[in-house]
Design a protein around this ligand. Structure first.
Ligand code: ADP
Ligand code: SF4
Length: 699
């Protein structure tokens, strides 16, 4: 038993725990999570999982692994285990997971009514046929499985069990949560309309599950542990409710080796910090442990060791499940074990990681800049490569970009000077953290400020607005300009690429005005959102708090439409409606007069007037890059001052989400003293599909 600096206060989290035939070294359980890389980036995913192993997780899972081409969820990039050819990539992942004594788990999924099969072109098979239920409303229906299909599906699962075992996994997770897995479709009366022995009573709806768990034990000779991942509550009149989940577990308490329980839909389960606090699922899971002799794992964006302890000691959970906290800090278990609480890089609950999966990009994490770059770029969440030949670095601006650049450069061993114009470090997050629902975002600054504090080779100067002359006088070898961006006061963004006619008597405010405590405190306000991320809706909430009547005008079809990718859009819409905000979708501002604005329908062009006392523009941001250009124009002075490179980074180069800023800071520090071929080759490793042997055309 480890003895940490707190006299074993958290030892219980580090007790070895049995899961069926396997022994987990502790209670830290990385539940399956997507990463946007999947089958396309096998080495990147394996190396990402290796950092979790290194960081002390007891159990580590893959993302969703599709077992058969008759059920796949393109455009989302997960894993495939369709044939033996798929085994090596997953075996590499299992090896990485087990490299530091963790148990390796694979999540097996058959998506049924959720798989449109856009890639495989197979006819989707479902418990009960009907339109495919995806985020994208694909115009495809699934066919109802007959008994022969069910026998086929059992055999396909058997193949997957065998392949999982030969890939070296210890655990199998059967996916029946979030509305995505066919196991839930069998269990739920919403998706199971069958009248045969697989439909009707709960006993019947559970039949397929009983069958495949028996098959799994037989196929793997009882050597692998089986986890069942179920939704804790499916809403709607016919959904698999929390009460039915409890009935099911009471009836089948010993069926799997561990119950992995997660809230209803993915949106509900992985809510952002704006809408869900730590441990938000506790009410739904409390008491379930008494219904089974098998351990229970649950999630709740746990980052606090005390909150984790409470879950265990109060008998709610046996294992602390985590996806996002393990992404933000793969070393969370080890840091708790060693009592290094200040070093924990807490998840901020922004769901930028989720957006990587939703967009088919590759996931990134606002807090852990190394996430999914472990293999591609050789970045590590904790370790830094030694510095190169030069010594001194000056970073101008202490927002997320500058703080991350300073931290990473200092960790590499450079002598770092960080200058910030204001008295407060954090730049945009120092302001945004004060907006409704965004307080957790302050962690981006707090973590980095805390990590920089003990470093002898990093000096921070507040209240230091630097000019080009100041920078030349300081003469560091490398200079990063991380001076951020400012919101525009006009409509220029996506719909309008040029300003519109505007009466100077109409008061117009920007998000910067509101974040600095200015802006309207009553009366009618038009908030114009052509940004489509969180800022518009957050400011609408703030304006309501300040006593304003808000008209939310956006050219988009939905409010905050990009937040579909962070799983927040419906929660945002609900909140705006509940707060009495009037929503005007598909409307663009066309002109601004003294007491009213004209809005135009984006489809028909029809225009109407909307009376208002003020306008708040949430449109786009202008990079604060004047300092950079002033410096760049003085190449002789730079040379004389001994300045070798000047880089424009983060929002000052190209405004984007906070995760883009921290990434830019890391990149600057990582690339110090490296060769720059000016973009002639990619700056990251990637894998290219190998050409298959054999004839180019099948006979
Ligand atoms: P990013 O997201 O790229 O970090 P931010 O806008 O959050 O950008 O932060 C930029 C920071 O740079 C702000 O804290 C701002 O006060 C600071 N800053 C801007 N101009 C200067 C300057 N000339 N000297 C020092 N700090 C500056
Ligand atoms: Fe947490 Fe945001 Fe990182 Fe996801 S991207 S793990 S939500 S900090």
């Amino acid at each position: 038993m480890p003895k940490d600096s707190l006299n074993g206060r958290y030892d219980i989290l580090f007790e070895p725990m049995k899961i069926g035939p396997k022994l987990a070294k502790n209670r830290f359980y990385q539940v399956p999570h997507c990463n946007g890389g999947g089958y396309r980036d096998p080495s990147a995913v394996a190396e990402m999982r290796r950092t979790k192993a290194e960081g002390g997780w007891g159990v580590i899972f893959t993302e969703q692994t599709e077992i058969h081409p008759s059920s796949e969820i393109t455009p989302f990039i997960e894993q495939h285990l369709w044939e033996d050819k798929d085994i090596p990539a997953l075996a590499a992942m299992a090896e990485a997971m087990k490299s530091h004594g963790a148990l390796a788990g694979i999540q097996l999924a058959y998506s049924g009514i959720n798989g449109p099969n856009l890639y495989s072109r197979e006819v989707p098979l479902a418990v009960s046929g009907g339109p495919i239920l995806t985020f994208t409303s694909d115009p495809v229906q699934a066919r109802t499985m007959d008994r022969e299909d069910i026998r086929d599906l059992r055999r396909w699962f058997r193949h997957a069990f065998r392949r999982s075992q030969s890939a070296g996994f210890d655990l199998i997770c059967l996916y029946g949560a979030h509305g995505f897995g066919i196991l839930q479709h069998f269990l739920s009366r919403a998706t199971n309309h069958r009248t045969d022995e697989y439909g009707g009573s709960l006993e019947n709806r559970s039949r397929f599950l009983r069958e495949i768990i028996e098959d799994a034990r037989e196929e793997t000779k009882g050597e692998m542990a089986i986890s069942l991942r179920l939704s804790l509550h499916e809403g709607g009149a016919f959904g698999f409710s929390n009460a039915e989940v409890r009935d099911f577990i009471q009836m089948h308490g010993d069926l799997p080796d561990i119950w992995d329980l997660a809230h209803g839909t993915w949106e509900e389960c992985s809510g952002t910090s704006r809408f869900k606090g730590e441990g938000a699922q506790e009410d739904l899971v409390r008491g379930i442990r008494a219904l089974t002799s098998k351990p229970v794992v649950g999630v709740g964006r746990f980052t606090s060791a005390d909150a984790m302890m409470r879950q265990i000691t109060s008998g709610v959970l046996d294992f602390i499940g985590a996806a996002r906290p393990s992404i933000a800090d793969p070393f969370l278990p080890n840091k708790i074990k060693e009592g290094r609480f200040d070093d924990i890089r807490e998840c901020i609950g922004c769901n930028i990681c989720v957006s990587g999966d939703m967009t088919g990009g590759i996931s990134r994490c606002t807090q852990n800049t190394a996430f999914m770059e472990e293999w591609r770029k050789g970045w590590h969440p904790e370790r830094s490569r030694p510095k190169g030949v030069s010594d001194s670095v000056l970073i101008v601006g202490a927002g997320p970009t500058g703080l991350e650049a300073a931290l990473q450069a200092a960790k590499r061993g450079y002598q770092v000077t960080l200058a910030e114009a204001t008295k407060i470090l954090g730049g945009r997050v120092a302001q945004e953290r004060n907006l409704p629902g965004l307080s957790a975002w302050g962690r981006v600054a707090d973590y980095r400020i805390g990590q920089l504090a003990p470093l002898q080779n990093a000096e921070i100067y507040r209240d230091s607005h630097l000019t080009a002359e100041d920078i030349l006088a300081l003469g560091a070898q490398h200079v990063a300009i991380a001076t951020g961006a400012s919101w525009r006061r006009d409509v220029v963004a996506r719909f309008h690429l040029h300003p519109i006619e505007t009466d100077p008597d109409m008061p117009i405010f920007t998000p910067n005005d509101l974040m600095s405590g200015g802006g309207p405190t009553g009366g009618k306000v038009v908030l114009y959102d052509d940004d489509h991320f969180y800022m518009g809706s957050v400011l609408a909430e703030l304006l309501v708090q300040q006593g304003c009547d808000v008209d939310f005008v956006t050219p988009a079809v939905k409010v905050a439409e990009w937040t579909e990718n962070t799983l927040e859009q419906s929660a945002i819409m609900r909140r705006l409606l509940e707060k009495g905000v009037a929503v005007h979708n598909s409307k663009a501002l066309m002109s601004i007069a003294t007491t009213e604005v004209t809005i135009g329908c984006t489809w028909t062009g029809r225009q109407t007037g909307l009376g208002t006392d003020a306008v708040v523009m949430v449109t786009s941001r202008r990079p604060n890059d004047a300092l950079y250009h002033a410096l760049k124009s003085r190449s002789n002075d730079l040379k004389r001052a001994g300045i070798e490179t000047v880089r424009l980074i983060g929002d000052a180069a190209a405004p984007g989400p906070i995760a883009w800023a921290t990434y830019a800071g890391r990149r600057f520090a990582e690339e110090l003293d490296t060769d720059d071929d000016h973009g002639d080759t990619p700056r990251f490793r990637r894998e290219i599909a190998a050409l298959a042997p054999g004839p180019s055309r099948l006979p």
